[in-house]
Design a protein around this ligand. Structure first.
Ligand SMILES: [Zn+2]
Ligand SMILES: [Zn+2]
Ligand SMILES: [Zn+2]
Length: 497
């Protein structure tokens, strides 16, 4: 690791990492392996998949039938009837799932492709039924959120209309509140501190992921990771789908992955590749990326370059010098992802890396909770933060019941640190439970919170949690305080939906 970003003597070439790994192979040999797998369209296979979908449809298994329609679409040869049939079948699935709006979009997609008159009359029937049902749903106030047509940008802003940052944006890091600053020291590396006292319940960071990837098998948009959309398929390979032509155009990295073995790799491996491709894609050329990295190293030789922000692969790394650089880039991203990636389950299982959020260190008694919504991560204060104090999140679920040894085994093996938080040092005694139990805010929360959710009471419950946590949040942690933190977190997530 200490060889990362080191140059060969006085030369300006990065040291050859393969030699240090006991491998004299050049990166050149690896290129050939990338094209071992060639994905190609195949109407016969597409038809087989459609047939399987038809069986599922007859059994009333709409989701399974839709999965087969999408697979059939991926293998369908461009401009063939198989494309149209896949859209048409998917439309019927959407219709049965009462997603009339999506059903109508699929009919439009089918009509704009190579359609036969036989199919046309069938589609007309679904179209009329969908339009009628869509109107009915609107009248009944069931106007379901249309997921299919909106462009991703619009969806993003619509996703969380209620939660905004409670402070002005930080000038250098607009995703972060201006009451926060980034500092660096030997013990904690780069970390976030409060520039003033921050009470509980303040949203201090809303950050979009730098790179993220689904960790389950669900077919999702190759750009925005949304599932169950009116997908269109990549015209070249059989692996990628996009919500619409907009998501297809916005994609920065698929051109390098298309038709290669990448799509078949384990998600952790693909995630590393994605991060590197995004770095290259953002800078446009390897020269510009190298220049950026070298400038960062020049400013502070001990500082590893920060995660490189977001944009034809073999041709890019066409010299020994560039390939050495690529090796360092790979190792750098490997280290970043190993220690900084966040796996979250909401709203679907993803692995992500963030530029700012990833700087937050761990405490078993954190002052920040960081729920995810869509492709954004939120940070909200759950205990009062005093001026100059560091912001901490918990790398483990907040109410985990692991013992000190079990927790620290995880920290050292996964992230390479041992926790020195107040809980792990264990010298403070929790406050007498009686004084908490008799607190009026505590009593109100316990009496009125129910897990089923009661949206009418949400604001008043949140308010009671905030007052309670502002009063007791800085006392040594106890089960009662953890319980209110957990309730507050549940309520906060509710406000995001
Ligand atoms: Zn998309
Ligand atoms: Zn492709
Ligand atoms: Zn700890």
């Amino acid at each position: 690791m200490d060889k990362l970003w080191k140059k060969e003597g006085a030369s300006c070439v990065f040291v050859n990492l393969c030699l240090f790994a006991g491998n004299s192979e050049k990166a050149e040999d690896g290129w050939e392996n990338l094209s071992l797998y060639e994905s190609c369209k195949d109407n016969q296979h597409s038809t087989e998949l459609r047939m399987k979908g038809n069986v599922k449809f007859r059994l009333g298994l709409w989701t399974d039938a839709m999965d087969f329609s999408n697979q059939s679409l991926c293998f369908a040869e461009v401009n063939s009837e198989n494309v149209t049939l896949a859209y048409a079948n998917r439309s019927e699935c959407f219709f049965r799932m009462e997603k009339y709006h999506e059903a109508l979009i699929d009919i439009e997609l089918a009509e704009s492709s190579n359609i036969s008159s036989r199919l046309m009359s069938k589609l007309d029937q679904i179209q009329q039924k969908s339009m009628a049902s869509n109107e009915n749903a609107k009248k009944c106030g069931k106007n379901e959120k249309s997921q299919g047509t909106e462009k991703c940008e619009i969806d993003k802003t619509n996703e969380c209309p209620k939660v905004k940052m409670n402070f002005e944006q930080n000038r250098n890091y607009p995703c972060m509140a201006n009451v926060l600053d980034i500092e660096s020291n030997q013990n904690f590396g780069r970390h976030l501190i409060a520039k003033c006292d921050i009470p509980v319940g303040q949203t201090v960071l809303i950050e979009e992921d730098f790179v993220s990837m689904r960790v389950d098998d669900e077919l999702v948009c190759g750009t925005c990771s949304k599932p169950k959309m009116n997908f269109i398929a990549c015209a070249n390979c059989t692996e990628a789908v996009f919500c619409n032509s907009d998501c297809m155009k916005r994609n920065l990295t698929h051109k390098w992955e298309c038709g290669t073995i990448f799509a078949q790799l384990h998600y952790r491996m693909r995630f590393h590749i994605q991060a590197i491709l995004l770095a290259v894609g953002t800078f446009g050329t390897v020269e510009r990326l190298m220049e950026f990295v070298e400038n960062v190293l020049l400013e502070d030789p001990d500082e590893v370059p920060p995660s490189l922000n977001n944009a034809q692969l073999k041709a890019l790394f066409d010299t020994d010098e560039k390939q050495r650089f690529l090796m360092h880039l790979v190792l750098h991203h490997f280290l970043v992802i190993k220690t900084n990636s966040i796996i979250s389950k909401n709203p679907w299982s993803t692995i992500s890396v963030f530029n700012v959020l990833s700087m937050l260190n761990h405490s078993c008694v954190p002052n920040i909770y960081h729920p995810r919504k869509g492709n954004q991560q939120y940070c909200v204060t759950i205990r009062p933060v005093k001026k100059g104090e560091q912001l901490f999140i918990s790398y483990l679920p907040i109410n985990n019941e692991l013992l000190y040894e079990e927790r620290n085994e995880k920290f050292t093996s996964t992230w390479g640190f041992s926790c020195i938080c107040e809980k792990c040092r264990g010298f403070k005694k929790p406050i007498e439970p009686n004084s908490i139990i008799s607190d009026s805010n505590f009593q109100f929360i316990v009496e009125n919170f129910n897990i089923e959710g009661n949206r009418d009471k949400l604001p008043i419950l949140m308010e009671n949690c905030i007052i309670f946590l502002n009063n007791f949040g800085n006392t040594p942690c106890s089960n009662e305080i953890l319980m209110i933190v957990t309730i507050f977190v549940v309520l906060y997530i509710e406000t995001l939906s």
